[in-house]
Write a protein that binds this ligand. Sequence first.
Ligand code: UN1
Length: 514
Amino acid sequence: MSMTVLERLGLDRHPRVVTGQGVKHGVAGQVVVTNPATGRPIAAVILDDERTRESVVAESCEAFRAWREVPAPARGQVVRAIGDEFRRHKEALGELISLEVGKIRQEGLGEVQETIDIADYAVGLSRTLSGPVLQSERPRHRLYEQWLPLGPIGVISAFNFPNAVWAWNAMIAAVCGDVVIWKPSLLAPLTAIASNAIAERVSAEMGHPGVFRLLIGTDTQIAESLVEDRRLPLISATGSCRMGRRVGEVVARRLGRSLLELGGNNAVIVHSDADLDLAARSILFGAVGTAGQRCTTTRRLIAHESVAAEITRRLAEAYGKVAIGDPLNEGTLVGPLITPAAVETFLAAIRRARDEGGEVVAGGERASGLPTEIAGGNFVRPAIVRAPSSNRLPIALEETFAPILYVFTYRTLDEALAMHNGVDQGLASGIFTDSLAASETFLSVTGSGSDCGLAYVNLGTSGAEIGGAFGGEKDTGGGRESGSDSWKAYMRRQTVAVNHGKQLALAQGIRFGE
Ligand code: UN1
């Protein structure tokens, strides 16, 4: 089956992809891509080195000078054609994502849909990029803002959204007049090669080569030098807080811009009047979807004491029934973790939770009894861990990128909010309630409610639409990608004042040598 997808996407003929007998471990300058559901290799990918990195950056600077001259709506037409091509390849790309990172089929397809959606959004944007006209204090003066293309943009993406997160950046950057250099995760280079090839081919066919480039390599060889490169005015990075802190520091040192979308430790508050059916279904998707490997995954459940036992019982029951297995099988809800190391991290977190007084009420171990084809995969049983009555459970303050849901109990909403906001990250948040007062407290415009970039009522923490700005506060990094006015990160603002009179009129009423 793996060959079929590679063939359908032309990857078997791609100059940097090695397939079949040619795939060997330990070859210098190559990385072997492993199917996390089987532990078997899918293909090997030839890595970039310093030489190819330099030529890609230099060529991107050149391509930028041509691309920015293309009117924005015409750039939008290129993005429209790219979106159409993603529509045509949705099935195959979705399947490749499942194969390479273990997402279930529905989620692989959903990810490609997210790319199609952001392309559509960017097409509209290509005709509406605009700045305000302001009122000048001086007679016969015009004051306004215009937004200009920024330059070649570096995009660093993580394994868990190997296609859509690049697209959030690349489709918007492209209509803004920027060109993109994408450094994907070494755990998901095949999806990157296939996705970038689509964008670059369409763009080149329409007369604009070099708008979408790819650099695949190690952090030390490729990512570090991109981050340090003054020719890249913006580095947009998605990944761990540790990685983001490094990117932020290095880019800040050269006074460049970074757009950081880092970890989350997302919680859902279930209030006393919550619709428990809705809450349980939403939390299940948020906590076990993508095997707990979204930055938006629900990691903490903060339940009112009157409903805590019941919601936990319902969730534990649902966890017991959740189908774990081959992500491409119809009916599977939980695929594998990305690597054997991720399984170890999951098991270590469970051990620590127990040591800290947590009670494991569902899952928490390797999944056993799986069919032989997937016996070598990185499967675990998603876990629910009830915190001790003190609510003290330090492990829950860390983001373990695996399906573990920690359950806490509260009496007052203030207590719940303090717990909710009492972590380093601030990405996604949700409250389940029918009470206007409770939801408005959670959403308070004073900022005393949820401290996250995304706040949802009667919704789980994952599964944002592309139309809103996506990102979070605190250690999540503060960046905003995708919809709303996130495009502003990919352009530079110019404040323009034009004197169309014959008089010198100084601002602030200054008279100078009259
Ligand atoms: C991520 O996990 O890095 O809101 C992105 C969501 C998706 C995006 C997740 N639309 O869950």
